[in-house]
Design a protein around this ligand. Structure first.
Ligand code: FES
Length: 371
């Protein structure tokens, strides 16, 4: 089809004229819709030239590569080892899990988008249209125009003439669709007790012996290490207890001032009273914000509040760490505390409610404790 430059006034067209080409009907249809073709020029003057075939191969290659990376993403997502196994170095495959799935999916989407753009820019006809807006429904005649428009567009895209390109696009798009759906598979896997059991669980992680509190460097924690009004971050004294293997275990041990400890004892929920969760004037709360899991560790002794720096949630330390400001809606769980005969703090049990952000079937506080 040759280039059309149309500066003249449109003439009335007889649609029953057998000499009319499909392009003429297409143009007339556009005119009826108030669209005027200003310029129309096929990208390649002669179909099937070597240059056109080369461009087809480039676009096909982009789609096929996109499909290849999408397939690699799905394979890596399912089979690449990702679980934490101690302090991993760059040589361990789990260190590369996130980069691998990010790069493969990113490249797949990028290549598919470049393929579509290249198809549009290098194979579709150059077309300039001007359209007037108008109201109203579609008459029978308009529907005929619409049909020829769709047919012309299909021909312009070369869907009939370029079966290999279409197959390549489909081959690229199919794994890409799978890549979009594959992550939903993670919802199938039962997280078991991953969300409810932490490193403070003596039965699971310390052969039934109470789990002591330690600092990041492994030093066991004694009461005289925290002065009144002070606080430190503590971890379960088990192997890798201060590592990412136990992301929900970090807690804040606070030595309350006398009057604050008194207030907390008055407000203490029955479930914490039952297990005698405080030790003297010391209390420990989960450090993982119940909003989306940032460390809530800014302790304001004067206002008795714990602040989370991420979105400014605040928790009342003398009222069971109840949320009193910001987006968090749940308390920070309290870790029941005591001191053994060697003078070291230990956890009397795991948290009584799961720490960290909420999830759909998360057990909540007993009803009377929510009051
Ligand atoms: S994570 Fe703490 S307020 Fe959002």
């Amino acid at each position: 089809m040759s280039a059309h430059n149309d500066d003249s006034q449109p003439e009335k067209v007889d649609l029953d004229d057998p000499k009319l080409s499909r392009f003429d009907v297409y143009r007339e249809g556009l005119r009826k819709d108030g669209i005027e073709i200003i310029h129309y020029e096929p990208r390649f003057a002669k179909p099937g030239t070597a240059a056109e075939k080369r461009m087809e191969r480039i676009v096909s290659g982009l789609f096929l590569l996109s499909g290849l990376f999408a397939t690699a993403f799905v394979a890596a997502y399912i089979f690449w080892p990702w679980e934490y196994e101690g302090a991993a170095s760059w040589r361990e495959p789990q260190t590369w899990y996130t980069p691998v799935i990010g790069i493969t999916l990113g490249l797949s989407l990028l290549l598919f988008a470049v393929g579509v753009l290249t198809w549009a820019k290098k194979l579709l006809p150059i077309e300039e249209l001007v359209q007037d807006r108008h109201d109203g429904g579609s008459a029978k005649e308009d529907r005929k125009f619409a049909e020829s428009t769709v047919d012309t567009t299909v021909d312009d895209m070369g869907i009939r003439r370029r079966p290999f390109l279409v197959k390549a696009a489909l081959l690229g798009a199919a794994p890409l669709g799978l890549a979009a759906v594959a992550p939903l598979g993670a919802l199938i896997k039962d997280p078991a007790d991953m969300l409810t059991v932490t490193g403070w669980n003596a039965e699971k992680y310390n052969e039934g012996n109470p789990v002591r509190l330690m600092m990041k460097d492994g030093a066991l924690v004694r009461p005289d290490m925290v002065s009144a009004g002070g606080q430190i971050t503590v971890y379960p004294a088990i192997e890798h207890g201060a590592s990412n293997e136990f992301p929900t275990a970090p807690s804040l041990l606070i030595h309350l001032r006398e009057q604050d400890a008194e207030l907390l004892r008055e407000n203490l929920y029955p479930m914490y009273q039952d297990v005698d969760a405080l030790w003297g004037n010391y209390v420990a709360y989960s450090k993982i914000c119940t909003h989306v899991g940032c460390p809530a560790s800014l302790y304001e002794q004067q206002s008795q509040r714990l602040l989370c720096p991420c979105h400014q949630s605040q928790f009342n330390v003398v009222d069971n760490a109840a949320p009193i400001f910001g987006p968090a809606t749940r308390h920070l769980p309290m870790l029941p505390l005591s001191v053994d005969e060697d003078g070291h703090f230990f956890a009397k049990s795991d948290f009584l409610v799961p720490p960290g952000p909420g999830y759909w079937n998360r057990p909540s506080l007993p009803e009377e404790d929510e009051q």
